[in-house]
Ligand binder design. Structure first.
Ligand SMILES: [Fe+2]
Length: 179
């Protein structure tokens, strides 16, 4: 039996519906556009299976990893109204998110640029490059859920007390070790 040399992990509930081809295991660095296409597809086409995984926790935000390859990580997050992240960036990784249900409000900032606010509804996806710092909040009246992807994967986020504290230059991405 042939065994792939590329590492890939898929949430057991999605093993039959999330194809290896979609995760392109040979792609080690995804663009923001490729990430947005991935989260948009997963939120749109796999909404049924995602809702079977989805969970809400009144004490803290909830999340589950859907997939991990050498090039990308994919997550499902839930947001009760008012639940929010701290201001953070993704450590130099690119990212994307697509809202599965409900509404998210994002305050975001690029280094040296003003803080902006944008509300994201279901079906809307956005990709972003390494420079984006943001704070996301579940808004609206219904519980929200969203699919997120980051590349390269497993890069630690950096939290800020406020988006006003984001440095004027984004530190570079850590060296990616070949695996
Ligand atoms: Fe984020």
């Amino acid at each position: 039996m042939t065994q792939s040399v590329l590492d890939i992990e898929i949430h057991p509930h999605l093993s039959d519906v999330l194809s290896h081809d979609l995760l392109t295991p040979s792609r080690l660095l995804w663009t923001s556009g490729q990430l947005a296409a991935l989260t948009g597809y997963v939120a749109r086409e796999l909404a049924g299976p995602l809702r079977e995984i989805l969970h809400f926790d009144t004490d803290q935000r909830w999340w589950a990893r859907l997939a991990l390859t050498d090039g990308v990580e994919l997550w499902l997050l839930s947001w009760l109204p008012g639940q929010q992240t701290k201001p953070h960036d993704h450590g130099g990784a690119s990212g994307s998110f697509s809202v599965l249900q409900g509404e998210l409000t994002e305050q975001y900032r690029y280094p040296g640029r003003p803080i902006r606010t944008r509300t994201h509804g279901a079906g809307v996806g956005i990709g972003f490059g390494a420079g984006r710092a943001h704070q996301m909040t579940g808004t609206g009246t219904e519980p929200a859920a969203s699919v997120h992807a980051y590349s390269p994967p497993l890069v630690p986020t950096r939290e800020y007390r406020s988006l006003a504290d984001v440095p004027s230059e984004m530190p570079s991405l850590p060296v990616i070790l070949s695996r």
